[in-house]
Design a protein around this ligand. Structure first.
Ligand code: HAS
Ligand code: CU
Length: 580
């Protein structure tokens, strides 16, 4: 027993908090995933057992639980692991660590209950506002307060890691920041910068408006502040996945990270460029001049660079690993990779799908081509490859390594884990491909009954029935995959006894290490200042002109509360009535 060196042996107190964050994350995944199945079957008209008016409550819960709760609870746990492991030092005060975790839980409960109010009559609240919560859609104040608590909790988590790093720096004044810590800190820096947008939007406008303190808001302003945060948040989900690709994937491939300097450059570029691009979600918003949209597009295209660098570095590291394992030839080395290891296969398939998701992202980012795909099902296809696979599948695959580290118990079943990650890949291939195609012929996103009345979409190739069948099949496979994952995690934690066979808690070595990285890369103050300047350049004029045109508190727009409808059937009838 004394020989074992798993994370739980090194940092038992931290391991407990991380277990709590992961379980919170998995619970959100299980519920959010189930809701996804309901929507997939409803939209495609395969099986409709909820009311179409409840579709938006379900969709809001699905979106919030998966892209906010699942992802962020997971990443705060994994960053805590990364910082403590790479600094070889526990957090400064474990009560503080529990403090931010509990704050995030309370925030989640408030948000969850207020959304649930949309379908449970006994709860006098509603928040059917989708995860983008655009005004004039209005939620119960509890929804906004919950979001604020959750985000502030994540800020404190970052403060926790900075404190740990500062303490370490005092003891190690001349050392380079270890790579995993560097990745967590740079990610947090752009998170602080970008969440200012959503904090202002909620605290200054949406919350007072929903409390009745102010009568109206300027929807374009709150929308723009949302996307100020809404784009960087996608990299907040992605960076922990990238971190795992850089420091775990080479290791499980049997090799070393190709280049520490390149990895640092990548994270610095994300710090610089994640925020001044948010307007690429608003290409079709009237009220923002084309020139500002063009600047957002240019910045977005530059932002492709760190992902392309990542593709190169990560694949090169995998190739190095494969060659260490005896692989050879131009592509023959691919066969030498450990395809039977679910940790490896899950992450590699996630990377492969991200290559496709990245391409659809490039298409979204084109100012003129965006007109073709915006608000269509294409966009939903795009983000199920990115956050729904690159991030989600990487997190699940990594859990097969982490859960044993955190519990000291062996994984319940590796074969089930392998089936699970492959099933995700297959299910998502069906679903996302069909969604992209549907978007191209104009099928809208966020619509319970997209076939409308007496109207049919005409795809150039294939039929709508075939596309719907693929989406429904994909949704079923993905749901089975989620459940297999949850079962494996539960049985790993509750069953089995402590095992000596848990591998040591280590991450990949490097071929070209920190000593090859220019020292300036570690100058976090410099990069943060430049990032702030870029944000000011990209946003000050657009925001000024939005406020100038529409006023700080808007021209007096009535709130629209979808949930206050007394008789949903009546409402649906009246919507149908106005349709041609
Ligand atoms: Fe996006 C909309 C542009 C990346 C998420 N995006 C969304 C929405 C979400 C989202 C949730 O410009 C919808 C929001 C809403 O509700 O309205 N996106 C981009 C661009 C990128 C991009 C340019 N998106 C992401 C990531 C996300 C995400 C990452 C989540 C995690 N996106 C847009 C635009 C819109 C948009 C517009 C608005 C659309 C509209 O009209 O509404 C880029 O960052 C992508 C760069 C990626 C690459 C790929 C590199 C490949 C790699 C793979 C390496 C391979 C490995 C495996 C490791 C260039 C790194 C090898 C395996 C072997 C076996 C060898
Ligand atoms: Cu974006």
């Amino acid at each position: 027993m004394a020989m074992r060196n798993a994370y739980v042996d090194q940092f038992p107190a931290e391991a407990r908090v991380i277990r709590a964050t992961l379980w919170s994350s998995f619970l959100a995944l299980a519920i959010g995933g189930t809701l996804g199945l309901i929507q997939g079957l409803h939209r495609t008209d395969v099986l409709r057992f909820i009311d179409s008016t409840d579709y938006y409550t379900v969709l809001t819960a699905h979106g919030v639980l998966l892209v906010i709760t699942f992802t962020i609870f997971f990443l705060v746990g994994i960053f805590t692991w990364a910082v403590t492991t790479s600094l070889d030092r526990g957090v400064e005060d474990i009560r503080f660590t529990w403090g931010w975790y509990i704050m995030m839980v309370v925030g989640t409960i408030l948000v969850g209950v207020s959304i649930l109010g949309g379908v449970v009559e006994q709860i006098p609240m509603n928040a059917d506002v989708l995860f983008t919560f655009y005004a004039p859609l209005q939620a119960h104040p509890a929804f906004y307060v919950g979001l604020v608590l959750f985000v502030v909790g994540s800020w404190l988590a970052g403060a926790d890691w900075f404190r740990t790093w500062w303490a370490w720096k005092k003891d190690n004044p001349d050392e380079r920041i270890p790579l995993p810590t560097f990745m967590a800190l740079t990610t947090m820096l752009f998170w602080y910068l970008s969440t200012l947008g959503v904090a202002i939007s909620i605290l200054a406008f949406l919350l007072p408006w929903s409390l009745g303190i102010i009568d109206s808001v300027n929807p374009l302003l709150t929308r723009t502040l949302f996307w100020f945060f809404g784009h960087p948040v996608v990299y907040f989900w992605l960076m922990p996945a990238y971190m795992l690709w850089y420091i775990m994937l080479p290791k499980v491939s049997g090799g070393k990270l190709f280049s520490d300097p390149l990895a640092r450059v990548v994270f610095v570029l994300f710090l610089l460029l994640s925020t001044p691009v948010g307007i690429h979600h608003q290409y079709l918003d009237p009220g923002i001049a084309e020139g500002f949209k063009f600047i957002a597009m240019t910045n977005t295209m530059f932002l492709l660079l760190p992902s392309l660098l990542t593709a190169f570095t990560v694949v090169a590291s995998m190739e190095h690993g494969a060659r260490q394992r005896g692989g050879d030839g131009y592509l023959g080395w691919l066969k030498a990779l450990p395809w039977r290891d679910p940790v490896f296969t899950g992450m590699a398939l996630a990377g492969l799908m991200f290559a496709a998701g990245g391409f659809s992202g490039m298409i979204n980012a084109g100012l003129n081509i965006n007109y073709l795909v915006h608000n269509s099902w294409w966009v939903v296809g795009h983000f199920h490859l990115t956050v729904g696979t690159a991030v989600a599948l990487t997190f699940m695959a990594a859990s097969y390594w982490f859960m044993p580290q955190l519990t000291g118990k062996e994984l319940w079943n590796r074969s089930v884990a392998l089936v699970q990650v492959v099933l995700w890949f297959i299910g998502m291939t069906f679903m996302s491909n069909a969604m992209h195609r549907a978007g191209l012929f104009g099928m809208p996103r966020r619509t319970a009954e997209p076939q409308y009345q007496g109207f049919n979409f005409e795809p150039a190739v294939g039929t709508v029935g075939e596309i719907n069948a693929q989406v429904a099949l994909g949704a079923v496979l993905l749901t089975i995959s989620v459940y297999l994952f949850i079962v494996n995690m539960v049985l790993t934690s509750v069953g089995g006894s402590s095992s000596d066979a848990i591998p040591d808690n280590t991450y990949a070595g490097t071929l070209s290490g920190a000593e090859d990285s220019p020292v300036i890369l570690d100058n976090l103050k410099l990069w943060t200042s430049i990032a702030a300047v870029l944000v000011i350049i990209a946003y000050s004029l657009p925001l000024a002109s939005i406020i100038d045109a529409g006023g700080l508190f808007g021209p007096g727009i009535d709130a629209w509360e979808p949930g206050v409808v007394v008789d949903p059937n009546l409402a649906l009838e009246s919507i149908r009535g106005v349709m041609p």
